[in-house]
Design a protein around this ligand. Sequence first.
Ligand code: DGY
Length: 318
Amino acid sequence: MKPRLLITRQIFDQVLERLAPHFDIESNQTDAEWSRGELLARVADKEALFVVTSDKVDVELLQAAPRLRIVATGSVGFNHIDLQACSARGIAVTNTPDVLNEATADMAWALLMAAARRVCESEHWLRAGHWKRWAFDQFLGADLWRSTLGIVGMGRIGSAIARRARGFEMKVLYCNRSAAPSEQALGAERVSLDTLLAQSDHVLLVVPYSPATHHLIGERELALMQPHATLVNIARGGVVDDAALIRALRAGRPAAAGLDVFENEPALNPGLLELSNVALTPHIGSATRSSRVGMAMLAAENLLAFAANQPLPTQVGR
Ligand code: DGY
């Protein structure tokens, strides 16, 4: 008998086709997210579960899933999964590293440039019919070329971002628990978080979310940033204290922000929507076709390895 697999989202046809011969699949075929109650009911008889970042895999879900043996998340981040509880039950957890590095690094740059050069703000103004004349001081933004970029979290995505900074002849500062192996090749200098915030013209957040990084950037840290600086968060909601950021952006320090992730997403702090100096995107950092297919396929490869009783390619928390 094939193991039973629950997939909480619509996924790409080629990924379903790859899984279908090996699993008895129940998947969400709608655009709507299953309610928590529905998810718990559907997982009750499953051996395998394919989730995304908004599906909380916690003790309650595990209790509702007595047969569960593997949780594959279609994301590199796994802060939505209680690893300890899974490991206590002998449930394997897998994620999707690397396949999204370059797409996510591109998106960090897209948000940085949009925020620093006021792309979204000026576009909204133009669409609203306000453009009557050209002026020297219209929508003055911040320079990227030869500015200082601060990267908080120099892992695989942080390094991909830093590589792109060379084309802009930027000075690159970074802050990490340990020195990045790529430090020399990237021409990057490791400094403390406070130094990075104080000396950077643009700050990019790429750290995973954990209790240790909860509100890593709050009121005190925002006050250290330069008035003309830009803050970009493509890491996780909760790394930034959104309420503190709203107050800081209202006061104009930092000058602008680009946010792809939010506390309590998809709900947004309404204060963000009132600000013109913030560029907002709906958690699409990895959203290119090749990257998202790569993520779904890697999750599938882990599930297939499980079905074949083979080592899992990208298991976490072993
Ligand atoms: C990830 O892979 O963690 C991204 O945030 C997409 O969910």
